[in-house]
Structure formats: C-alpha cells, structure tokens
Design a protein around this ligand. Structure first.
Ligand code: ATP
Ligand code: MG
Ligand code: FE
Length: 341
C-alpha cells in the first residue's frame, strides 16, 4: 500500500510517500524559517499563504523522486490538527481534494501521533508497549503507548513546552530564530561546571513538567554577569550549557520515573527537541542503566515532516479508517481521544 502524507500544521510544508513494502520512497520538506525570521516567530497568515505556494510543487517533486504516478497511490493522509488552523486547512483541503480526484480514501492524522510513530520508520523499530517522550515546540508529554491509537497521557508540561523554552531562552541569548538548535550549538562550547540551574518539579512525585521558570533563571544569570561587566562569549556559552543540562537532566529524571512506574524496557523519543544530541546520549545511557533501550528517529524525522504523517496515515488506512468527503481541522485535539486501529 502506498500512502501520500501531507504536513502543514505550522511552518514546515512536508510531503512524503510511504510504501508498506519498501518504506519511505520519496520525501521533501520546505521550511519557512526565513519567512518568519524577521518577526521572531511564526506569523500564522504568512504560514498559510506559503503552504499554498509550496505544497503542489513539493508534491510534484516527491512523485518524481519516487517514480510513482498518482494512480499508483492508494490513499492520502494529511495533518488535521493540532496546529494553526489556517495552515492545517491548506493541507487538509489539498489532501482531501487529491483523494477525491484520485478516488482514493483520505485520512486526517493527529500531528503528535505522527511524531510519536516516526521512530517506527527506523531500523530496528521499537516494539509495543513503550513509554514515549514527546518533546517539540508545542508539547512536552509522557505517553504510555500500548499500540497504534492506544495512548494514555502520563504527564505533561504545565506551562512552556521544552522546545518553546529552548526558543525563548535562545532569544534571551541573542541567538537567531529559531533558537533551539542554535542554543544547542552554543552550549557545546560551554563549561558544565560553571553554573547549575534548577531541575524543575523533580523533587516531588509525578510526571508533569514545568519549563517556564528556566528561561527567567537564564535571564537573571545573564543580567548578573552583565552587571559585573562580564559579557564574554564564553559566559553566554556557559549559560546556554547550564540551561541545556537542566532541561535534559529534568527530562531524563522524569523518563526514568515513567519507565520504572510502567515497568517497560522501551523508551521512545520523538518531536523536534529529540534531535538534541545531548538529550539522545543521556537517554540512551539512562535506559541502558535500567536494562532497556531508548529509540529515536534520525534528526530529519524529529522535526516536522510529511513522512511521519504518511506513516501514521498508513496505519489507519490499512485498518480501514478514512474520512467522509467533508473535512475539518482541529487546532486543539487531545491525543488520548483517538480511536484504536
Ligand atoms: P508541535 O509538534 O508540538 O506542534 P512544532 O511542530 O513546532 O510543535 P517540532 O517541529 O516538532 O515542533 O520541533 C521544533 C522544536 O524543536 C523547536 O522548538 C526547536 O527549537 C526544537 N529543536 C530542534 N532541534 C533542536 C535541538 N537540536 N536542540 C534543542 N531543540 C531543538
Ligand atoms: Mg517548525
Ligand atoms: Fe511538530
């Protein structure tokens, strides 16, 4: 079965083709980073318009890459939420229309289910059941996963998502937008011994997170150094390192707690922040200590992409699920309300 996947929930236009026999046979992502950089964040209306411009050219590119004609596609999957509603409607409208013209089924995919299942595109793939840490620009969640569509939320951020905290802290450090990866790069040169930032909410039981305090902590640390006339590049790197260490350590502590409580030996990392090298290394080490294993996708499948939507859509289409001709998008959509396949 060949499924076309379309992702337009935020500022990446992603298109991919998943073949259940051969795996990913074509994929392309266009990032709108430059478009939004001048504003320091995503401008929803500009995002929608750019998806309109880029979606069909990307589709053509992917079809050529895969050497596949439209009639050889068996179904279409598009992101139906959560995300920016105008942006979502572009992908949903195009996806639903293509499926109608091709007379094939279409399915609306949950963006976070896409992230969550992306590690299954890799070899070796994790097997169910597992605990998943979803860490992205808009979400930080621990989810117990029994099977495709069987999700139980174990804990989540009560304020900023980890990726959001990375991006906001990067801004404080004067790094260009979007800051997460830039901050990680700066932290490489930082001395981990100079500052120690708190590990929020780790001193009490539970699996929730809070990351908004860490950016204030960064701001204060930086202000103190500036007041003491220390504005060296090394100081910024040391502060970035302290921030990254605090986020990574907090995530590791909560993940260890979750796998112990759930008694599972498999931890899956997904979402943009799971591209972070230090996070991957620490989680691998922690899971080895626990006698289990951590899984995560290649960096290109951590951030937004069409492949994860094609793959999640395939799971649902293969189980016979699809949408009627009317389509909709949901800016908010709790993942544990999804049907099992
Ligand atoms: P959501 O998936 O919750 O709707 P999103 O789609 O905007 O949000 P993703 O595309 O999954 O989020 O991930 C983007 C986030 O990942 C950004 O916040 C970015 O800063 C962060 N990120 C990407 N690479 C890294 C890295 N190496 N280190 C830290 N953060 C990173
Ligand atoms: Mg993005
Ligand atoms: Fe995402």
């Amino acid at each position: 079965m060949r499924v076309l996947g379309i992702e337009t929930s935020c500022d990446e236009t992603g298109v991919a083709l998943y073949d259940s026999d051969r795996g990913l046979i074509g994929q392309a992502v266009y990032s709108q980073i430059e478009l939004h950089a001048a504003y320091g964040g995503v401008v929803p209306e500009l995002a929608s318009r750019d998806h309109v411009r880029k979606l069909l050219p990307l589709l053509q590119e992917v079809l050529e890459q895969a050497g596949v004609r439209p009639r050889e596609i068996d179904g279409v999957a598009y992101t139906a939420g959560p995300g920016l509603v105008g942006a979502l409607l572009v992908g949903a409208g195009v996806g639903r229309s293509l499926a109608w013209v091709w007379q094939k089924p279409a399915v609306g995919v949950h963006h976070m289910e896409g992230h969550l299942l992306a590690p299954l595109l890799e070899e070796p793939a994790p097997s169910f059941p597992f605990v998943a840490l979803l860490v992205s620009g808009g979400h930080t969640q621990l989810v117990e996963v029994e099977a495709v569509g069987r999700y139980r939320l174990l804990g989540e951020s009560v304020d900023d998502a980890a990726g959001e905290a990375f991006d906001k802290t990067a801004k404080i450090l004067d790094l260009p937008y979007p800051g997460g990866p830039e901050l990680a790069r700066l932290a490489e040169r930082g001395d981990p011994g100079r500052y120690r930032f708190p590990r929020p909410m780790t001193d009490r039981p539970g699996l929730d997170f809070s990351f908004s305090g860490l950016k204030t902590y960064t701001l204060n640390a930086l202000r103190e150094e500036l007041a003491a006339r220390d504005d060296r590049e090394q100081t910024r790197a040391d502060v970035a390192r302290a921030f990254e260490e605090a986020v990574v350590d907090t995530l590791v502590i909560k993940c260890r707690r979750a796998v112990r409580e759930m008694r599972v030996g498999t931890l899956v990392l997904a979402g943009g922040v799971s591209a972070n090298r230090r996070l991957r290394e620490r989680m691998e080490r922690m899971m080895r200590d626990e006698g289990g294993r951590a899984y995560y996708p290649r960096p290109a499948l951590c951030t937004d992409n069409g492949a994860m939507i094609a793959f999640a859509g395939y799971q649902r289409l293969a189980a016979g699920q699809h949408e009627p001709l009317a389509f909709s998008a949901r800016p908010r959509w709790p993942m544990d309300s999804l049907a099992a396949v």
